[in-house]
Design a protein around this ligand. Structure first.
Ligand code: PPE
Length: 304
């Protein structure tokens, strides 16, 4: 999806003009994929723009870096302030926000120990990630021929730039085959997640989503959905899912910051009732939560 420029990007402590936010071609992370990033959304609320669960996203950025042995030279609080300042500088009510921490210019070779760590935060307007009618019409999923990372190959729980080679291979394969998104299996054959979202299925009234141990990212939207689901009176828990669980699901949906809550209408051409009542209710409550319209979740809307 094309990027629409905004006035400023935050780089290592200062806001610079969008066109000046440049890096050298010998930037370490460009070559070796040892970067960590986040995807966050700001939404218009009655109190002005609010960044949904900003603190949790920045904390996860720090956890991802920790898993790579990377020391981010800015604290969680400093990056929260920087993110708010970047969003404020755009004048936008709603936007997608992309913080990234990466090993910078000056060292080459696989040893990251001597490398400097650079951080930037950019934001721009970004619409529906899986199409405007993803809740009503649902998306078509395909089981990927690409296996999700094993924990001993690279940590799937870290949101690292390198992990997304695997995601992009799966996404492009699914699109070329005429599907909307790929669902990826872990090396043990159990369901992990989609190329850019967590997956939920409902079976016998119980909402299930694969845990971190299955190779899923600890999704902040996944956590939001579990809270909303329980508040709506549904039972929800993390559990291992087999491919068969997808084929015979009563309902299925994917969720992520970019994708929000998007219904699934089929997996490998096996149709799934769509949109089911749980998916509809959760998607509607999620929309209210992010826009600050539901008092139960107002504390997640971090105003500038
Ligand atoms: N799994 C993966 C692999 C993933 O990339 C995301 C987010 C999630 C789960 C859901 O995480 P959360 O956003 O905390 O609920 N994917 C981000 C990047 C998408 C992209 O195209 O880039 C996102 O949704 O912002």
């Amino acid at each position: 999806m094309a990027i629409t420029p905004t006035p400023k990007i935050w780089m290592n402590g200062e806001l610079v003009a969008w066109d000046e936010a440049r890096i050298h071609v010998l930037t370490h992370t460009l070559h070796y994929g040892m970067g960590v990033f986040e995807g966050i959304r700001a939404y218009g609320t009655a109190d002005g723009p609010a960044i949904f669960r900003l603190t949790e996203h920045i904390e996860r950025l720090h956890r991802s870096a920790h898993m790579l042995g990377m020391e981010i030279p800015f604290s969680v609080d400093e990056l929260i302030d920087a993110t708010k300042a970047t969003v404020a500088s755009t004048g936008l009510d709603e936007c997608y926000i992309r913080p990234i921490a990466y090993f910078g210019y000056g060292e080459m070779g696989l040893n990251t120990l001597p490398c400097s760590v650079d951080v930037s935060i950019a934001c721009w307007p970004w619409g529906a990630y899986l199409g405007d009618d993803a809740v009503e019409k649902g998306i078509r999923l395909k089981t990927s021929s690409w296996t999700r990372h094993d924990h001993n190959i690279m940590p799937p729980a870290a949101k690292t730039t390198g992990n997304y080679v695997n995601s992009s291979l799966a996404k492009v394969e699914a699109l070329r085959a005429g599907y909307d998104e790929a669902v990826m299996l872990a090396p043990n054959g159990l369901v992990a997640e989609c190329s850019g979202e967590n997956i939920f299925v409902s079976r016998h009234g119980m909402l299930l989503t694969p845990p971190l141990s299955a190779g899923a990212l600890e999704g902040i939207t996944q956590n939001t959905v579990m809270t909303i689901a329980r508040d709506l009176g549904y039972e929800a828990r993390t559990d291992n899912l087999a491919r068969s669980d997808l084929y015979i699901a009563d309902e299925a949906f994917v969720c992520g910051t970019a994708a929000e809550v998007s219904a699934v209408n089929s997996v490998d051409d096996r149709s799934i009732p769509c949109p089911g009542p749980m998916t509809r209710a959760i998607a509607a409550t999620y929309a209210d939560a992010v826009h600050g319209r539901d008092d139960r979740y107002r504390h997640w809307c971090e105003t500038l």
